[in-house]
Design a protein around this ligand. Structure first.
Ligand SMILES: Cc1cc2nc3c(=O)[nH]c(=O)nc-3n(C[C@H](O)[C@H](O)[C@H](O)COP(=O)(O)OP(=O)(O)OC[C@H]3O[C@@H](n4cnc5c(N)ncnc54)[C@H](O)[C@@H]3O)c2cc1C
Length: 600
């Protein structure tokens, strides 16, 4: 471990453990991105979280908090410190009368569901999987598919968050509401969420059924019951067959009836499909045939011929099998634009560029299926909305998710062209990308600023006030959220025109701890396929604790330089003004836990 860390650690309370490892390979679930953090830290209490934040501040390190690393993009990559809350996962309080529960933020959605079940409770809605941490789910705006619900974070009633100065701030709709709105979708950029209070509901079973339907039928019924005739509805669209599976579920008291076996849910079908996808990486034009064969085996070869049904607890029945490693590019657009979006995308993928009106050629482009079609409605939300909520505020939202599998972790050849055309269409229809997924660098801060306007400014104002030095900022945030200094002039003009906008934002150059990417390269290690290694700038190597330059080789000269800057036991924060802004945020909070003085 870096001697500077060891030295600063020696000044903090030894009774509070610092559980850190120096050999961890971080990667996303899909193994799309890998990075090697300097430290991997797994705290087990709030005091441990506060201690590691204090240590990071004194050592000039960036912190990335992760749950299960299911976010598909490079959002969680770092060469600095990864903090994982898998061992900070207790259920702290369950009020059976009100259904209000409070949990430590690292608890996985599956474990929370099992705990709640013991008390006759459950979460009202789920996404496709339950492997994520509850903090991860809310931090990226994860959603399921139902017009009766909004985002999963709509059930969150209060959040406690450890800020860059080590303070714990609790916020909700009435207490520190602006911090609450920022923390509801924070992308890890505000602090470490430590506790979450959620409104659970009485546990329920669902009866679901699914069948294959022609796409024309889906489009005809779009506004006349497709999305409203059941509580939960989702659609998997097969672009070459021009058909889709419609899955519907409603709450029921019927006895549990497990789902029947299915083709790729069994070992043989799973491997057949995987190998066909692998083959298509070399012969992409077989993909329409693969779609016909695999989905015929799975759902029947003729529309309406097979109806599959089951009765399951909501906790498991709402989930689905996501199969193989994948890229996912999902956008939120107004629900009423769905038929146009699907008609144009379908035309583009099937070579009718005139109907598609997408200014990129789709000649020779072959893609995977299904394209996921899901919905939510956040417009009825009574609590304040998350500042970075990508869904529509004035009506129901449609999510279109362009999935591309990575068979045996190998990237498909069509990705750049597919996503170029898909994103163009989504932007044309007023869409906004899912924060956690693989939207391309073509979007960037300037366009996201146009999509979010004053809400992004407000998010940055809260973020910057609570973390002036950028302890929670990495390349992903700098690229997508923080203004670029070279376009500051343009930004200023934009801000002047926008009367709602609060003020000019600090640019990317103003965060000493903000981590920049220096390189990404194919890892090339057995078992990592086309996975990319993400390498950060390790900016701390360039300065000692006193800020003096060190040897050009990037290594500290010797340990003797360290105590010189550390004669006072309590190191100051990197930026003097930080303390003031934290006080500003702490004002009016329900509880503030301060660190005990460090033992020297
Ligand atoms: C197979 C698969 C299926 C999926 N299905 C859906 C779906 O149905 N609907 C949908 O909307 N999305 C879906 N996703 C996306 C997924 O829900 C999100 O990426 C979610 O954020 C993952 O949670 P996590 O615990 O893995 O968080 P991570 O990926 O580890 O982190 C996500 C973000 O949350 C931050 N974060 C995590 N913990 C904390 C904390 N304690 N404090 C502060 N910040 C924190 C991280 O810094 C990061 O910015 C899916 C992803 C996969 C791989």
């Amino acid at each position: 471990m870096d001697p500077r860390i060891t030295y600063e650690l020696s000044k903090l309370d030894p009774a509070i453990p610092f559980r850190a490892s120096t050999s961890h390979l971080h990667h996303t679930w899909a193994k799309t991105f890998f990075s090697i953090p300097e430290l991997y830290i797994q705290p087990e209490s709030v005091a441990e979280i506060q201690k590691l934040v204090t240590l990071a501040r004194r050592c000039g390190r960036r912190i990335v908090t992760v749950g299960s690393c299911h976010s598909p993009s490079d959002l969680t990559c770092t060469s600095s410190w990864v903090v994982n809350l898998d061992n900070f996962r207790r259920v702290l309080d369950i009020d059976k009368q009100t259904g209000l529960i409070t949990v430590e933020a690292g608890i996985r959605v599956r474990d929370l569901g099992l705990e709640l079940e013991k008390h006759g409770l459950t979460l009202p809605n789920l996404g496709s999987i339950d492997d994520q941490s509850i903090a991860g789910v809310i931090s990226t705006g994860t959603h399921g598919s139902s017009l009766r619900y909004g985002l999963l974070s709509d059930a969150v009633r209060a959040i406690s968050i450890v800020l860059a100065n080590g303070q714990v701030v609790r916020c909700n709709a009435t207490n520190n509401p602006i911090l609450f709105r920022a923390a509801l979708i924070s992308l890890g950029a505000i602090g470490i969420i430590s506790e979450i209070t959620i409104q659970a509901v009485p546990s329920f079973k669902i009866a679901w059924h699914q069948s294959l339907q022609p796409l024309s039928h889906i489009l005809e019924n779009w506004s006349s019951g497709l999305w409203t005739s059941s509580e939960y509805v989702r659609v998997w669209w097969m672009p070459y067959l021009e058909r889709a599976i419609v899955w519907r579920a409603d709450k029921t008291d019927l006895p549990v009836q497990p789902p029947p076996k299915n083709f790729y849910g069994e070992r043989l079908g799973y491997h057949i499909y995987h190998n066909l996808l692998y083959l298509s990486n070399y012969f992409p034009r077989i993909l329409p045939w693969v779609e016909w064969f695999v989905f015929g085996m799975q759902y029947g070869f003729k529309p309406g011929a097979v109806v599959t049904e089951a009765v399951e607890p909501g906790r498991t029945g709402l989930l689905m099998n996501c199969l193989y490693s994948q890229f996912v590019n999902e956008w939120a657009i107004p629900l009423e634009k769905g038929p146009e979006a699907i008609t144009r995308l379908s035309a583009w993928l099937n070579g009718d560029e005139k109907t598609a009106q997408i200014p990129f050629s789709s000649k020779g482009l072959w893609v995977h299926c299904p394209i996921e079609v899901r919905v939510s409605d956040t417009s009825k939300r009574t609590d304040p909305r998350p500042l970075l909520d990508p869904t529509c505020a004035s009506g129901p939202t449609l999510f279109l998710n362009a999935t591309l599998y990575r068979p045996y972790l190998r990237d498909p050849p069509c990705i750049d062209r597919y996503y170029e055309g898909f994103e163009w269409l989504m932007r044309d229809l007023g869409g906004r990308p899912h924060w956690a997924k693989n939207f391309t660098d073509a979007i960037g801060q300037k366009e996201l600023r146009q999509m979010y306007g004053a809400d992004l400014d407000e998010f940055l104002r809260v973020r910057n006030a609570s973390d002036l030095d950028g302890m929670f900022l990495g390349e992903w945030h700098l690229r997508n959220l923080i203004p670029d200094p070279s376009s500051q002039e343009e930004e200023k003009e934009l801000i002047e025109k926008d009367e709602d906008s609060s003020a000019e934002q600090p640019d990317r150059s103003t965060f000493p701890l903000g981590e920049r990417e220096t390189e990404r390269r194919k890892l090339g290690v057995r078992g990592t396929g086309d996975g990319v290694e993400w390498i950060g700038d390790r900016a701390w190597l360039a300065t000692t604790a006193s800020g003096a330059d060190i040897s050009a080789g990037g290594k500290e000269k010797d340990n003797a330089s360290i105590p010189a800057s550390s004669s006072s036991p309590a190191s100051p924060p990197m930026t003097a003004a930080s303390e003031e802004s934290f006080d500003h945020l702490a004002h009016g909070e329900a509880s503030v836990v301060t660190l005990p003085p460090p033992s020297v």
